[in-house]
Write a protein of this length. Sequence first.
Length: 145
Amino acid sequence: MDDSVNEDFERTHKLVSVLGQARQLIASELRAGLADAGLNLQERGVLLMLARGSVMTPAALSKLAGVHPARMTRVLDKLESNGLIERARNGRDRRLVDVSLTREGQAVAARNARVARGAWSERLSHFSKSDFDTLSVLLSRLLDH
C-alpha cells in the first residue's frame, strides 16, 4: 500500500478511535452518575431537550436526537409510562401531538442536567476557551460533511 494512503488510514483510524473512547468515557460517567434513575442516555437526552425547549413534537425531538421516529415513539412511551412526560393534541393543529415534561419530569431533567454539567465540566476543565472553540468548530465540520 502507498505510504500516503497508509498514513491517511492511520490518522483516520486514530481519530475515530479517540472519538469513540471520548464518547464511551462520558457515557459511562453519565450512566454512573444517574444509575438510580432507570433511564438510558437517549431517554435522558429527550428529557434535557424538552427542558430546554419546553413543548415539542415527537417529530422535532426525533430530528434533534437523530433517531428514527419509531424509536422516538418507544422512548416517549417509556417516559410517559414513568410519569416524566405527557402528550397532548396541539391546540392549533389537531394533527400534531405536543410533548412536555411533567413536574416529576422537570425534576429528573434538572438532576440530569446537573450530572451532565459535572461530567462535562470535569472532562473539559483543562481546555482553554480557544481549545474548546476549536474542538467545537472541528466537530461541527465533521457533522456537516
